[in-house]
Write a protein that binds this ligand. Structure first.
Ligand code: ADP
Length: 447
């Protein structure tokens, strides 16, 4: 087991990892920018190292500073959290070269899944159902039109290096292809420095369903069920549920087993999420994230398994603590991402939190790095906390969520709490009757 883990992240996820490490009796090192000197993860860590000024590229993305912090403190492993360097293959390789364990998959697996064309090819080879489309990249209009005619309109042109929902263009008919291809390529080149694009069928009313997987790196793989993250704004998840209100037990087992087998065959190590669009009873792979997700907490709620413990165990060579047969799903869980944002315009609302009171009671978990008197710096994302609610079934979960949202107090900055108070009372949400466009339409109506 590791002696000391350096946490290369900030905010709620840094605290989340710190808690898991402490439970396992492992020393923790926090790194922070000058803007985060008063952050909770810095206060609670055994040691802390300032790694640079506020901009992420000079601190949380500064590989040299982070490796130096490991050397100074004698950390033998690094947990990258999510975002920042979590899916940076070069970072994983550099740590390996310094004999420091990266708590995550190999650099090669990160690289394959980071290139969407390669990821889709790999998924297909492993028997995962994919969205019908081009086999590889598409460069000229003639080829794009031929493929689009084959799969049928509408189609979507996507950047191979894409992320955060950028570099995607929909073509409704053949007349749109020339412009869609040219703009997708130039946007991809500008945003990602890579103009490779591919084409696939555009699904009209899908749900976003993702499967949590784990590999032990030695040929074993398990799945921990799925999460439904269809409630999105600008491709950013807002509200997540486990299990999905749309799947039945047979579908859950079928897609879960396909994913677990793929992970085993790949020899994958650590936590991963295989993301699908789901429409008319069919699953279509869109991408794989090679890290812990923000919404991993709802999987923890329904399985009772601490995913960060598992990550640390696997990375230290201790293997998984569970087999597929040990994994059972209990009840229903929902996560709301509380952002310091205006609940109508979604403009960031940095500033000082004058009062912070979190709900409690059975089935309630709040993961947050903030406290009364905390000043939210303007440099990073606006997530200030996650409210995770668990109940024996979805109805109980929703009742408890409504009560928890009423208790939650954040004064001094604007937050998205009012949005969740509206959503929890909405009949479509209550019925689990929504697709990936539902929230955008709801917000556009300004209800
Ligand atoms: P990113 O890495 O940029 O998030 P994804 O491939 O995960 O890109 O897609 C992001 C979102 O874009 C999906 O959740 C979905 O809303 C939409 N999308 C992607 N591919 C398709 C498709 N083939 N049909 C319909 N919507 C899609």
């Amino acid at each position: 087991m590791f002696q000391k883990i350096l946490i290369a992240n900030r905010g709620e996820i840094a605290l989340r990892i710190l808690r898991a490490a402490k439970e396992l009796g492992i020393q923790t090192v926090a790194v922070h920018s000058t803007a985060d000197a008063d952050a909770m993860h810095v206060r609670l860590a055994d040691e802390s190292v300032c790694i640079g000024p506020p901009p992420s590229r000079d601190s949380y993305l500064n590989i040299h500073q982070i490796v130096a912090a490991c050397e100074i403190t004698g950390a033998d492993a690094v947990h990258p959290g999510y975002g920042f360097l979590a899916e940076n293959a070069k970072f994983a390789d550099i740590l390996a070269a310094h004999n420091i364990t990266f708590i995550g998959p190999s650099g090669d697996h990160i690289r394959i899944m980071g290139d969407k064309i390669e990821a889709k090819r790999t998924a297909k080879r492993l028997g995962i159902p994919v969205v019908p489309g081009s086999d590889g990249g598409v460069t000229d209009e003639k080829e794009a039109k031929r493929i689009a005619a084959e799969i049928g309109y509408p189609v979507i042109i996507k950047a191979s290096s894409g992320g955060g929902g950028r570099g995607m263009k929909v073509a409704l008919t053949e007349a749109d292809i020339d412009v869609a291809l040219a703009t997708a390529r130039s946007e991809a080149a500008a945003a990602f420095g890579d103009d490779a694009v591919y084409i696939e069928k555009y699904l009209q009313k899908p749900r976003h369903i993702e499967v949590q997987v784990f590999g032990d790196g030695a040929g074993k793989g398990v799945h921990l069920g799925e999460r439904d993250c269809s409630l999105q704004r600008r491709h950013q998840k807002v509200w997540e549920e486990a299990n999905s209100p749309a799947l039945n037990a047979e579908e859950r087992t079928r897609i879960g087993n396909i994913c677990a087998k793929a992970i085993a065959d790949l020899g994958y190590s650590g936590a991963g999420t295989i993301e699908f669009l789901y429409e008319n009873g069919e699953f279509y792979f869109i991408e794989m994230n090679t890290r812990l997700q923000v919404e991993h907490t709802i999987t923890e709620a329904i399985t009772g398994i601490d995913l960060v413990h598992e990550q640390i165990r696997v990375a230290s060579g201790g293997g998984l603590s569970v087999t597929q047969d040990d994994i059972r799903f209990h009840g229903h869980a929902i996560e709301c991402r509380i952002n310091a944002e205006d609940p109508r315009t979604f403009a960031p609302s940095p500033g000082t939190i004058t009062h912070f009171h979190t709900p409690g009671g059975l089935g309630i978990r709040v993961d947050s790095g903030v406290y009364s008197g905390y000043k939210i710096p303007p440099y990073y994302d606006s997530l200030i906390g996650k409210l995770i609610v668990h109940g024996r079934n979805r109805v109980e979960c929703m009742m408890r969520l409504r009560r928890a949202l009423d208790e939650f107090v954040v004064d001094g900055v604007k937050t998205t709490l009012p949005l969740f108070r509206d959503l929890v009372g909405n009949p479509d949400v209550a019925n689990g009757d929504y697709d990936i466009h539902w929230l955008e339409k709801y917000l556009a109506k300004g209800e």
